[in-house]
Design a protein around this ligand. Structure first.
Ligand SMILES: Nc1ncnc2c1ncn2[C@@H]1O[C@H](COP(=O)(O)OP(=O)(O)O)[C@@H](O)[C@H]1O
Ligand SMILES: [Mg+2]
Length: 597
């Protein structure tokens, strides 16, 4: 319960709207109480077929005075007045109930909306390491399903609020009618309280389970659907079906388990309260009525209130089961709202305006996981306007070096300097604005080719510029053959493009970004010689007048480099120009001979 309010306040809950809801709920409950209270004189009048005694009731006297003399002196006039009063009270009660409910719902809806936006914004702010360690399916599940579950339970809050005040008003009325009977009723409450508390704790436990199994389900869905070609290639549909069915079945079991407990609450309450009502009826019949027959109407109303308070108590208690049920989803949401394990990247303050002399790696070490080091004391520099090629077997740490320069991850120790300033001192946006990255993998939205090309650009390029870039990136002929040209959609993750086309889209993007530092992570997959030629031409256009760091897998790229750095197991083992390294006859020479980088 505390967690709910912590989140509510974090997200700017407006106290005055809640206060309004509470006041209106209180007014509504009071009006209900008074209208029921009016039943006592009504019943009494009906039993005695005389309403004159009402003139002696202090609180009703002023109302009676409002009536003309000749109406107020008639039984039927007073009867009509009572009925009318009750009707008016009920109408006002419902009006205030409505506005109380609307104020709460308004808060709940805006809370759910803010929660969704907050979680989404937080996702975007987390470091890449967070995404390495969390599954997209479960993150999706938290954003969509858990926030909805929380909103749905909070939605019931207005009911609970109203129930709470109604119970309070009922209690006051019962005390006014008969202190003794009320005391007897209250004796039953500890039984109710502890009985229900026991069920609540069961629901809480089940809810935690529920939330985690829901995440598991989200995990499985995104995994299997994300790897559909693999599933199909191995004809593994049956296994996947069974795996999913297993998870889905366990979700059903947990859900039904919670249902069983929640549904148990009302019957237990009803039986306990009904036993109390029956005992009271017997008590009234045997001990009271003989002597105090004039209070009969009061007892009737007492029993009526008791019967009503039973259902109100039920819905009030549901509040606890709501909060119990919320426990799991809230725990997941809270994990996202907390700052642990988010691997935030520190945003510097300086504006990076452009490369003046060089990029320097100074004794840079990094590990993705503790203990296992991916890079070990790497030092080298890239002069402005030069091309530096990184060479080494897969897993030697080449991509990692680039991830650090892009500040996808924070270095574990050492520094990367640009213009003699650590890159962590620059703002992330000004740093990344000056670097164009062509990564091994091309990330494509399921959108048009045009939107994919101009994604993230501050200025939308002119059509002529776009055409020029298409020609330079050797995409022009391809685009001309597309039925909708640049407006053609690329499909999920760009399935409609071949590997070579994706690479050229990536190159075109980098050309459009026109940053002075260029990072190229050449794709390892070999392409046919025709496509290879196209890409080589596109790359030659791209690297003109740029400072380039390239992870090289091609002979031609290595030949163009001013400096070659050879990495092995996270360490630099050789460094120099092509001729130097070939003459050295060390590891690079082996690569060179085998033509694999
Ligand atoms: N996101 C990651 N989480 C954990 N380990 C990683 C991650 N990315 C790469 N590694 C590990 O770091 C080492 C260097 O990887 P990488 O830089 O991708 O090599 P290269 O690009 O030279 O093939 C490898 O041992 C790899 O398993
Ligand atoms: Mg790599």
């Amino acid at each position: 319960m505390k967690e709910v309010f912590v989140i509510l306040f974090k997200l700017g809950l407006r106290p005055w709207i809640l206060a309004l809801a509470i006041i209106l709920a209180f007014i509504s409950a009071s009006l209900e109480g008074i209208s029921i209270g009016l039943l006592i004189p009504l019943f009494n009048g009906l039993i005695g077929t005389d309403f004159k005694f009402i003139e002696n009731i202090k609180s009703l006297k002023p109302v009676l005075k409002l009536l003309p003399e000749n109406v107020a002196s008639h039984n039927s006039g007073i009867f009509a007045l009572l009925i009318l009063l009750i009707l008016i009270l009920i109408i006002f009660k419902n009006i205030s109930y409505y506005f109380s409910a609307i104020s709460v719902l308004h808060q709940v809806r805006s809370f759910a909306n803010k929660l969704r936006k907050t979680i989404y914004n937080r996702y975007l702010s987390f470091g890449k390491l967070f995404f390495d360690r969390n599954n997209i399916g479960s993150l999706h599940q938290i954003l969509v399903t858990n926030t909805d579950q929380i909103a749905r339970e909070l939605y019931l809050l207005q009911n609970h609020l109203y129930s709470f005040f109604t119970l309070f008003v009922y209690l006051v009325m019962m005390l006014i009618i008969s202190f003794k009977l009320t005391a007897i009723v209250l004796l039953a409450f500890p039984f109710l309280y502890y009985g229900l508390k026991w069920i609540m704790s069961k629901i809480e436990n089940a809810s935690l389970f529920y939330a985690t199994s829901y995440l598991k389900m989200g995990n499985k869905i995104s995994d299997a659907l994300g790897c559909i070609p693999l599933v199909k290639a191995y004809s593994n549909e049956q296994d996947e079906r069974e795996l999913f069915a297993g998870i889905s079945d366990s979700v059903e079991k947990i859900e039904f388990n919670i249902d069983k407990k929640r549904t148990l609450i009302n019957p237990i309450q009803e039986v306990i309260v009904f036993i109390v009502v029956l005992l009271l009826i017997a008590w009234i019949a045997f001990f009271y009525l003989k002597e105090h027959s004039n209070t009969f109407a009061g007892y009737m109303v007492f029993l009526l209130i008791l019967r009503r308070s039973m259902s109100v108590f039920g819905s009030f208690n549901n509040m606890k089961s709501s909060f119990a049920y919320l426990k799991g989803p809230l725990a997941e949401v809270n994990k996202i709202l907390g700052d642990d394990e988010k691997h935030f990247i520190y945003n510097g303050k300086k504006i990076f305006a452009g490369l003046k002399d060089k990029i320097e790696f100074v004794s840079v070490s990094f590990s993705y996981m503790q203990e296992i080091s991916a890079l070990d004391k790497i030092s080298f520099s890239v002069e402005k306007g030069s091309v530096v090629a990184l060479v080494g077997q897969t897993g030697s740490g080449k991509t990692t070096l680039i991830n650090l320069l892009m500040r996808f991850y924070e270095v574990t120790s050492g520094q990367i300097l640009i213009n003699g300033v650590s890159i962590s001192e620059y703002t992330l946006s000004s740093l990344r604005a000056q670097i164009a990255l062509v990564s091994q993998e091309t990330y494509l939205f399921n959108d048009s080719l045009r939107s994919n090309l101009i994604y993230g650009l501050k200025n939308i390029p002119k059509e002529s510029v776009l055409i020029d870039i298409l020609k330079k990136s050797r995409l022009y002929d391809f685009v001309r053959k597309l039925p909708d040209g640049l407006e053609s959609t690329l499909g999920d993750k760009g399935v409609k493009l071949s590997g070579g086309e994706k690479q050229r889209v990536s190159i075109a993007r980098a050309m459009l970004k026109n940053a002075e530092i260029l990072i190229l992570d050449e794709a390892t997959s070999s392409l046919d010689s025709e496509t290879e030629k196209l890409i080589q031409e596109a790359l030659d256009e791209l690297i003109k007048n740029k400072t380039v760091i390239v992870i090289a897998h091609r002979l031609s790229t290595v030949k163009n480099a001013d400096k070659i750095i050879v990495l092995e197991k996270g360490k630099i083992i050789e460094e120099g120009s092509l001729t130097e390294l070939v003459n050295n006859k060390e590891r690079f020479y082996d690569f060179w001979e085998a033509q694999r980088f």
